[in-house]
Design a protein around this ligand. Structure first.
Ligand code: PHB
Length: 397
């Protein structure tokens, strides 16, 4: 038996010897998985209203990998990219390109909740590891949760819930909401409403416009006509810049208090200028945190990119940290998927936002800060809700 086995091995040994003799190209092709690179596929918006968000995520991710000498789990990291244009219709084809054509080990994407739905579907069909570095779509860590689906950001429900809690505690009663009509806006409002109404507040009107439209005027006029105690909005990126400026130009800044999830003022303050001063928002990141991890992260990011980091850069950085936890556990052999997943599930991510762990549905359990715009900063005022976990309704893992 033993002898037979070694006899059968002989031709294989000869074949290897031939390969070695015929040169390195053939050798590289037949090399065992232990020496290959980890292939990361960025599926992010590089154009459109969310372009800056995609860039910051990629910057953050690359910075972490660079800090590890360009390697995770001892293997070099190779990048592939597609611009998802924040277009849900193109999502399945774009995700399939990374998975089938480029054969990536992990997809890191994306920003837009509608596009995310397409990526989640394709990642599940192919059992490809997915790390969501922004999009909050509740389903990804709710009814569509999966062992291969992870998030380094937040669920849409979370920042909305935190603000609902804050405004109810301030005794506000009557609030109007305004957002883009797609999952991110609608689910933020849902989270807000859940916390706000549980404590006696009332959302009296829910207004919206299609993504990524920025013709806010008629809606701003409508809000003013209702005379609510406050307005709660979700906008982000380029659209958020325009909304904050339009709100001030309409003369409402000192008349109706404007509150939002922190995306309204993150990465946007330079462009918003005076129109944003004093705005209060809730988010899982803020300026003026005192943990040492944040201090070094901010210094290094500013040095490397000549830019100030924002929440999106943090989420990209932490997506890489999460991947590192998995890759380190298997010494870079990403084919050992169950072990990769187990290590990622158990990770305690040393984030600039403050350390966090993942819920059973793979969503960060994290503090939500109340912040106030002061100059170019979203200065932390307090922790609005500590260790907030998304309820993960419908997730069976
Ligand atoms: C989303 O579509 O989930 C989304 C987009 C931009 C943000 C936050 C959430 O800043």
């Amino acid at each position: 038996m033993h002898r037979n086995a070694s006899r059968r091995l002989l031709p294989a040994c000869l074949a290897v010897a031939t390969l070695l003799a015929t040169g390195s190209v053939a050798l590289a092709q037949s090399a065992p998985a232990t020496s290959s690179k980890i292939k990361v596929g960025f599926m992010l918006p590089y154009t459109g209203t969310y372009a800056a968000l995609g860039g910051a995520i990629e910057n953050g991710f690359r910075m972490y990998v660079q800090e590890q000498g360009g390697k995770l789990g001892g293997r070099e990291v190779e990048y592939f990219k597609v611009d998802d244009e924040s277009d849900p219709a193109k999502a399945p084809e774009n995700a399939t390109k990374l998975i089938k054509r480029d054969q990536v080990d992990v997809v890191v994407g994306t920003v837009h909740s509608g596009v995310q739905m397409g990526i989640v579907k394709v990642a599940k069909e192919n059992n490809t590891l997915l790390i969501i570095p922004n999009a909050g779509v509740d389903e990804a860590t709710g009814p569509l949760c999966g062992s291969n689906i992870f998030r380094s950001s937040f669920s849409n429900w979370q920042p909305g819930y935190a603000m609902g809690h804050v405004l109810a505690d301030r005794g506000l009663k009557k609030v109007v909401t305004l957002t883009w009509k797609y999952a991110a806006g609608e689910q933020s409002v849902k989270g807000f409403k859940e916390a706000f109404e549980a404590k006696g507040g009332k959302v009296v009107k829910e207004l919206s416009l299609p993504f990524p439209n920025v013709e806010f005027q008629a809606l701003i006029t409508e809000v003013a006509s209702i005379k609510p105690d406050a307005v709660f909005v979700f906008f982000a990126g380029g659209g958020a810049v325009k909304f904050v400026k339009d709100w001030q130009a309409a003369g409402l800044k000192d008349k109706i208090p404007l509150y939002a999830s922190g995306f309204l003022t993150d990465g946007t303050l330079e462009a918003q200028g005076v129109a944003a001063q004093g705005l209060e928002t809730t988010l899982h990141y803020a300026d003026g945190l005192t943990n040492p991890r944040d201090k070094s992260f901010r210094l290094d990011y500013a040095k490397l990119y000549k830019l100030q980091p924002d929440v999106y850069a943090v989420q990209g950085y932490d997506a890489a940290q999460l991947l590192a936890a998995g890759a380190n556990a298997v010494k870079g052999d990403m084919s050992r998927k169950p072990e990769v997943i187990k290590a990622m599930e158990a990770a305690k991510v040393d984030s600039p936002r403050g350390a966090f762990t993942l819920s059973k549905a793979h969503n960060p359990v994290q503090d939500f800060y109340l912040r106030k715009v002061d100059g170019r900063d979203n200065k932390v005022s307090s922790v609005a809700v500590k260790a907030l976990a998304d309820p993960a309704r419908g997730c069976r893992l």
